[in-house]
Design a protein around this ligand. Structure first.
Ligand SMILES: Cc1cc2nc3c(=O)[nH]c(=O)nc-3n(C[C@H](O)[C@H](O)[C@H](O)COP(=O)(O)OP(=O)(O)OC[C@H]3O[C@@H](n4cnc5c(N)ncnc54)[C@H](O)[C@@H]3O)c2cc1C
Length: 343
């Protein structure tokens, strides 16, 4: 690799890496992009839902309006007929008890919830759902095809080269160890495995998530159903169903236990015919504060990091990438709320 001909090295072929490559290359920078090509990443596993209202108490997602506006613009600009990215949907949230209905109704009529949440409705139209009291509608919601974000960037700027980050600036490229010279800026967008590199002490608490891909003719293709599981339309009669989460096992392979728990839950709460056609697994790069961060890696000059996208990469990544790139290109200060928290 002729490092001296480069303005930037980006390591990580997921959502954060791809959007960084696109923004820096579009600004005329000569960028080399690397990935370890392991076949597993959070980006290729996640459903990519941008959901403004989350959790049992129906909380408004942190700074969602800012993140959403920027994400929609970024994905609109990037998508094409070959690589569609944005899918407009809504979520039907199963309210299992009168207490859930009450919590839902407490939010109605109040900004910013009134932009998205509507009166609970009877589950009659979805008679295949079991043990549901009422359904809450969240609308609009977008699903981001995160794999197509990576594909679209690869089509514009070329696929990532094969390279494995071994130390903060140390690479294994096709079996040859190479050190990136100190004057070339590097962006580490490697998600959770960055923790294993050089024993970096980053404020991350990654956790594994698994999902099944199923084929079914009994489910609606225009709505996400969130009742004990999330059932997300993936086009045609294919649906993503998840998740099974683990904090202790951070292996990247899907497990029989994950398969079993998801199918058991699906069988209990959904009276549908279906066939399992795939299983995916990835490690969410969650931070201890549950907030994303960008900035220079302490003790490693010219080495930058974007991480902590956690469960919300689809909405968070575009603005976080812009923040880092504005800093690299224009020297714009990184706002405090987007800086790396103390380790
Ligand atoms: C089950 C599940 C469901 C999810 N659902 C949603 C959802 O509905 N909505 C949402 O917004 N988000 C969701 N997410 C989270 C979302 O997927 C992540 O926030 C986002 O993809 C993180 O992107 P990233 O680029 O930071 O990391 P990753 O996608 O993990 O990408 C990191 C890349 O770096 C590469 N890499 C790692 N280590 C090295 C190394 N040493 N050398 C070279 N390359 C390396 C990897 O191969 C990978 O390509 C979900 C995640 C999971 C697991």
């Amino acid at each position: 690799m002729n490092w001296d001909e480069l303005d930037l090295v980006v390591i990580g072929g997921g959502l954060a890496g791809a959007l960084t490559v696109d923004r820096m290359s579009s600004s005329g920078k000569r960028v080399a992009w690397f990935d370890r090509h392991s076949g597993s990443s959070s980006t290729l596993t996640g459903a990519g839902i941008m959901n403004p209202i989350t959790g049992r108490k129906f909380v408004y997602s942190w700074l969602f309006d800012r993140f959403e506006a920027h994400a929609l613009q970024t994905y609109q600009d990037l998508q094409s007929d070959l690589h569609p990215i944005l899918h407009r949907l809504c979520i039907l949230k199963g309210l299992a008890t009168p207490g859930d209905v009450n919590n839902w109704c407490l939010r109605l009529g109040e900004a910013p919830f009134d932009r998205y949440m509507q009166e609970p409705q009877s589950p009659e139209g979805l008679s295949f759902l079991r043990e549901v009291h009422q359904l809450g509608l969240i609308d609009p919601v977008y699903r981001v095809d995160m794999a197509n974000v990576v594909e679209s960037v690869a089509a514009k700027w070329g696929r990532p080269h094969h390279g494995i980050l071994m130390g903060a600036r140390q690479m294994d490229i096709k079996g040859k160890s190479e050190r990136i010279p100190d004057h070339v800026p590097v962006v580490l967008a490697t998600g959770s495995p960055v923790q294993k590199v050089d024993r970096l002490d980053l404020p991350l608490t990654p956790y594994q998530g698994q999902a099944l891909l199923i084929s079914s003719m009994d489910l609606p293709s225009d709505r996400i159903i969130h009742h004990k599981l999330k059932v997300v339309p993936y086009g045609g009669d294919t649906f993503w169903v998840g998740t099974f989460d683990q904090w202790d096992d951070l292996s990247e392979q899907p497990t029989d236990e994950g398969h079993h728990v998801i199918t058991e839950t699906l069988n209990r709460y959904f009276d549908i015919n279906y066939e399992v056609i795939g299983q995916v697994s990835g490690i969410r790069p969650a931070s201890r504060t549950r907030r994303p961060f960008v900035g220079e890696l302490p003790g490693n000059p010219q080495t930058f990091i974007i991480n902590g996208l956690g469960t919300k990469g689809a909405s968070l990544a575009p603005l976080m990438v812009k923040t880092l790139c504005d800093f690299l290109l224009l020297g714009v200060e990184i706002p405090n709320e987007f800086m790396m928290p103390a380790g």
